[in-house]
Design a protein around this ligand. Structure first.
Ligand code: SF4
Length: 329
């Protein structure tokens, strides 16, 4: 059996569901109840959340062959730009992911359709684990660090941020252009700390998928509030300016950890943001993770597509740097 995100299952006709924001990546999950204990994660060792949850998304279970057959079909080839295998750490999940990637990418079966690249979002113990997954056929690896600083990392995830980051950078150096990470805003870091973490990742050739902390029932952090929208919008702008080379964290200005300037003038800034690209989901090419951080009907942290002109206008207004008189408190 294998878990498939509800949106993915809807698009592939594995379940009957109205999918109003179709995923452009097919999300699969292997393993359950992680060996780690991240405070925000419903799959964490100590969480009492429903086992079919990851973030706020449900992942029903299906027969693996049925999923592979559906992924080989025309419908999947038309709907998806990528397949992403989320690996819940422990219990042989890494080997399972390796076999799954091999099955999806082998020329003999070619079950993921012609040219559909496969990402694996996974914890690796070292370079050799990454090599195994790349050799099995993965196009990219997502190695989630999640936390922007050592203290947030040790409080929320446990363990050493420095070691986790060094591992990501080591894999990125060995496989340039094929490694990304996930960073989660709202775990207790400041905007400045997140900006510097994003910059450090890009400087080491690692792309960032930026997400907003989402409280999920049954997790250690279920009662913690998600980040304020204005703060998240500023971080999306920071991320956009860094990844498009328009600014750098060192050129930005901060007060009490909040962004007071993006390092380019207001007119240039608004022109750069007009396309709305800053407010889209980020990560591997083709990854849009609809409703991963928010319920349908609410203002979206990450837009899976669009946003429309009114939403762009509102997001730009919301993302303006803080001015004198505003403070972190
Ligand atoms: S960015 Fe998207 S496709 Fe890439 S590893 Fe993360 S979830 Fe998967």
């Amino acid at each position: 059996m294998i878990r498939v995100s509800a949106g993915t299952a809807g698009v592939m006709n594995l379940i009957r569901a109205r999918v109003d924001a179709p995923p452009t990546t097919a999300y699969l999950m292997v393993g359950e109840r992680c060996a780690f204990d991240c405070g925000f994660c419903p799959q964490a060792k100590g969480a009492s959340s429903r086992v079919e949850m990851l973030s706020r998304v449900t992942w029903p279970e299906f027969d693996e062959d049925e999923v592979l057959r559906a992924l080989a079909g025309r419908r999947a080839a038309e709907a998806f730009k990528r397949v992403c295998v989320q690996v819940v750490h422990g219990g042989g999940a890494l080997r399972r992911a390796e076999n799954l990637v091999r099955a999806m990418t082998s020329a003999a079966r070619n079950v993921s359709g012609p040219g559909l690249p496969v990402s694996v979002s996974v914890h690796v113990g070292g370079l050799s684990d990454a090599v195994r997954l790349f050799e099995a056929g993965a196009e990219r690896l997502g190695l989630p660090v999640d936390a922007a600083t050592p203290s947030v990392y040790s409080r929320v995830k446990g363990g050493s941020w420095e070691r986790a980051v060094a591992r990501v950078w080591e894999v990125a150096a060995a496989f340039p252009g094929r490694v990304g990470t996930h960073l989660v805003a709202g775990l207790g870091e400041t905007e400045e700390e997140m900006a510097r973490a994003i910059q450090a990742m890009y400087d080491c050739g690692v792309t960032v998928g930026l997400f907003a902390f989402t409280p999920v029932k049954g997790t250690r952090m279920e009662a913690v509030r998600p980040p304020p929208m204005d703060s998240y919008r500023r971080l999306q702008v920071v991320h956009f300016l860094i990844r498009t080379g328009r600014s750098r964290a060192e050129r930005m200005t901060f007060r009490d950890g909040m962004i007071t300037g993006y390092g380019l003038d207001a007119r240039e800034l608004v022109a750069a943001l007009r396309s709305g690209g800053a407010f889209l989901t980020t990560g591997c090419p083709g990854c849009n993770r609809p409703y991963y951080n928010e319920r349908p009907g609410r203002t979206l942290y990450n837009y899976p597509s669009g946003p429309d002109p009114a939403e762009i206008e509102a997001a730009i207004r919301c993302s303006m740097p803080v001015t004198e008189g505003e403070s972190a408190e």
